[in-house]
Design a protein around this ligand. Structure first.
Ligand code: GRF
Length: 189
């Protein structure tokens, strides 16, 4: 099968990146990770780029021209899908327009609840009965675009921020690849 060239944007640990790289090695998985972009030169996730010999770019987002630098690389690698996997910068309207193709993001809550940062403490403080993760299309507003997939679990009395994070991430490793499959199999996301 012809796989779509995909770029993953990261800022930190990169466990979703690692999971996507592993899944993308399946013959039937619809995308191939061709490029990794990090706005943090210390991001642990960059080790996966090195380990799997995937080209990567460290981008200084303080530079005025950083978006153009990214767009040039995206063009060079003929990227058809961008996956934001723990990328801690907002994608600008200008970037969305200039790129013009699909960008998706994974967020550690059941959107539209708990957009933004510090989701786990807010979930606990709000006495939610359940939480989970969401993969959605990126638009110009934070954690806002059309939802492709959500996965949820029930919160127990013993849960704290650490356990919520770990349970949420286990679901993320299922949700992100499933969302990508849904997109390319046209499963009415
Ligand atoms: C994930 O929990 C994701 O939902 C959020 O950032 C975290 C990234 O984790 N957007 P990792 O870098 O993939 O381990």
């Amino acid at each position: 099968m012809v796989k779509k060239n995909t770029c993953v944007f990261i800022s930190g640990r990169g466990s979703n990146l690692k999971n996507l790289i592993n899944r993308s090695r399946d013959y039937n998985f619809p995308v191939k990770i061709r490029l990794i972009i990090s706005n943090n030169k210390f991001a642990k996730g960059l080790n996966y780029a090195k380990k799997y010999s995937i080209p990567y770019l460290i981008i200084d987002t303080d530079l005025k021209s950083f978006e153009n630098k990214i767009l040039n690389q995206i063009k060079k690698y003929n990227i058809e899908l961008i996956c934001l996997a723990g990328y801690m910068k907002i994608i600008s309207k200008n970037f969305l327009e200039k790129y013009g193709k699909l960008i998706i993001n994974i967020h550690p809550s059941l959107l539209p609840k708990f957009k933004g940062l510090n989701t786990f403490s807010r979930v606990l403080n709000s006495k939610e009965k359940s939480t989970g993760c969401t993969v959605h299309i990126v638009d110009q507003f934070l954690d806002n675009g059309r939802i492709i997939i959500k996965k949820k679990f029930n919160i127990t009395l013993n849960d704290d921020e650490k356990s919520l994070k770990s349970k949420t991430q286990q679901l993320e490793y299922k949700a992100f690849p499933e969302a990508i499959i849904k997109i390319y199999r046209n499963l009415n996301y």
